[in-house]
Design a protein around this ligand. Structure first.
Ligand SMILES: Nc1ncnc2c1ncn2[C@@H]1O[C@H](COP(=O)(O)OP(=O)(O)O)[C@@H](O)[C@H]1O
Ligand SMILES: [Mg+2]
Length: 297
């Protein structure tokens, strides 16, 4: 067996629990693991070639598990990280997920746009800085979900069924230099589906049930999980979603609408502890095995 050197790349200076599970999986599968916090990485343009380093040492890995772009507090830092990871990719080091995939998934409207253009059913959505248009559509759509453009775990999402309340929220968003992003609220059973895609298949899936009288199903919002086996149709939808967004692995959220499935989002930096607990599937091992295959090609 060829041993592959894999870096787990993350914003945090100390490995998070999910990074630790990935490191464990790398070692268990007989490969070499390195933990690489963003703040230690450098890319240098020299006379003839690029020089990548981790601290003062050479950046000697075959592939990287890039867990996310992190929460860059400034535009400058965000652009810096973008260039840093692109430099790594330029050197032929396979990053999973790729920087492009992470960007597609991080921006929730971009996700919907790409999926919509590829013919995947998504909720109607509006992105604007125009207060009047947002107000008008809230009236027209009756119930809307106001979402942070970049967010997770259901945090900051508000269900609005009163256009004037919406107006106050939109205006506040604009005052705090946020975009207005809203979706029509889709009627659904009290649950939705999280599918964990790795490569060309769904490796694990679960129903997530919203708490009584709640509409968000996120586990972080008190949702309860139950393992499920997706139909071939659902599996194909999830795999296609990840492929369109250029994600090697992704947590795809699917809602069962009255007229079929809708994709709500794809998480390019998905957690897997909850899903592992519910399904018993060793997701980190499957992620690492897939990366090893990719890195060997
Ligand atoms: N348009 C919508 N209609 C109905 N329910 C929604 C809609 N958007 C989000 N939800 C509910 O809120 C949850 C969180 O939304 P999601 O888009 O997945 O964002 P997050 O990144 O915060 O998980 C979803 O899992 C779903 O249960
Ligand atoms: Mg979600």
């Amino acid at each position: 067996m060829i041993e592959v050197k894999i870096g787990v790349i993350h914003e945090s200076n100390l490995p998070t629990p999910s990074s630790r599970l990935l490191i464990e999986a790398i070692r268990k599968l007989g490969h070499e693991s390195y933990y690489m916090p963003f703040s230690y990485i450098s890319v240098r343009i020299d006379k003839r070639h690029l020089v990548l380093k981790i601290g003062s040492k050479p950046f000697d890995i075959d592939a990287g598990l890039l867990r996310s772009i992190g929460f860059a507090p400034s535009f400058e830092q965000f652009m810096g990280r973008l260039a840093l990871f692109m430099g790594i990719e330029e050197e032929g080091i396979y990053l999973m997920n790729s920087i492009r995939g992470l960007l597609n998934a991080r921006n929730k409207f971009m996700t919907l746009l790409k999926l919509f253009k590829a013919g995947i059913p998504v909720p109607k959505a509006l992105l604007t800085e125009n207060l009047a248009e947002a107000y008008r559509l809230t009236k027209q759509w009756d119930r809307v979900v106001v979402k942070p453009l970049i967010g997770s775990r259901g945090y900051g999402q508000v269900l609005v069924d009163n256009a004037d309340l919406g107006y106050r929220i939109f205006r506040t968003c604009l005052q705090f230099k946020q975009f207005i992003f809203l979706e029509e609220y889709l009627n659904k059973p009290s649950r939705d589906i999280r599918l964990f895609v790795i490569g060309e298949r769904v490796s694990a899936a679960m129903y997530r049930y919203a708490p009584p009288d709640a509409w968000k199903t996120n586990i972080a919002q008190g949702g309860k999980a139950e393992p499920m086996k997706p139909s071939p149709e659902l599996e194909e939808l999830a795999v296609k979603t990840a492929e369109i967004l250029e994600l090697d692995y992704a947590g795809v959220d699917v809602l069962e609408g009255s007229d079929g499935y809708y994709v709500l989002e794809a998480n390019g930096s998905p957690g897997f502890e909850g899903l592992m607990r519910v399904t018993g599937i060793n997701i980190p091992c499957e992620i690492v095995s897939y990366l090893v295959e990719k890195a060997k090609r």
